[in-house]
Design a protein around this ligand. Sequence first.
Ligand SMILES: *[C@@H]1O[C@H](CO)[C@@H](O)[C@H](O)[C@H]1NC(C)=O
Ligand SMILES: *[C@@H]1O[C@H](CO)[C@@H](O)[C@H](O)[C@H]1NC(C)=O
Length: 341
Amino acid sequence: MLTLSRFIFITAIAGAVSAKQHQKKKSCHTSSSSTPEPTDVPGSGGVQAGEYSMSENWVGDSFYDGFDFWAYPDPTHGAVQYVDKDTALANNLSYTSSNSLVLRADSSNKGGNRKSVRLHSKKKFTTHAAVFDVKHMPQGKATWPAYWTCGDNWPLQGEFDIIEGVDDSASNLVSLHTGPNCQMPKSGLDMSGSATAWDCDASSKHSQGCSVRNTASQPFGPDFNSQGGGWYATERTDSSFKVWYWARNDPNVPKDVRDNTGSASPSEWGQPTAAFMSSDSCDLSKQFGPHIFIINLTLCGDWAGGKFDGGKDACNSFVSDHPEAFKDAYWDINRLSVYEH
Ligand SMILES: *[C@@H]1O[C@H](CO)[C@@H](O)[C@H](O)[C@H]1NC(C)=O
Ligand SMILES: *[C@@H]1O[C@H](CO)[C@@H](O)[C@H](O)[C@H]1NC(C)=O
């Protein structure tokens, strides 16, 4: 007897090699047909980091206007079934209040892949700053949540992973994935995090992108949630990608970030947690096209499954048999604001 979910489950196991090898197989599948060439970032020549004004302020219900529910099989082979908006709302996997959006994995049904949600912004962005104010991120064994941006024709128009980690790890990994010929310098980047990989080329066999570990305190998982979450802010220019993080109780949260003032001044946010810069060995303006924002939650899959005790096989059974383990596998988001010049 081969039910559909069983089939997906088996396919997922068959696809397992090693967690590291497989991370390169990420894709955001942003568009169905057209795959434009990588482009220069329009209108960005010579623009300095500095003042940006708000162009999107997604809060509560407005997330449903700005984002689509992406209901396709998980490209990273997770034990999830991404559902459409009607299904998500009917199953209470997503709901809003005037100042929050909740996105969660199912925590009541047994058997097969677990229902989950993945949101894609309708609009694409090039140079911008963004503030993601989060109360709670998915936590628990086997969870693999992410907040990231991605272009078409992966990886040729790039991927920027802002929050990503698995399985209650205490730390968060910030990464870029690009096409060929993009290396980050091994020293000289002004950031507080520690680089763990320098080759951003995700098209070649042996690279999973360039990464920086967020070494701030309480950036991820249960630690992050226990103190009320915090803010992840980003800035993309034609020559850099930067990430800042402030915990909820941090006394030094910049006013524009904390108080949603309608503008953003990354040049005043201090040293970033992670920074990726153009150099002779990487022209970021050529590696990145227009990006959508993605908020997702998968379970097991290439990374979290690979790390699970007993491997993917055990991970998928755990997901199937233990709905109660996913009570805390939810995002509770205050706002996502995007600022442009
Ligand atoms: C979730 O986000 C990460 C971003 O790092 C991406 O690589 C992965 O493919 C996504 N997984 C799913 C299941 O959508
Ligand atoms: C959805 O879940 C939340 C949190 O558990 C709960 O407060 C709310 O009443 C639920 N809504 C419905 C319609 O079941």
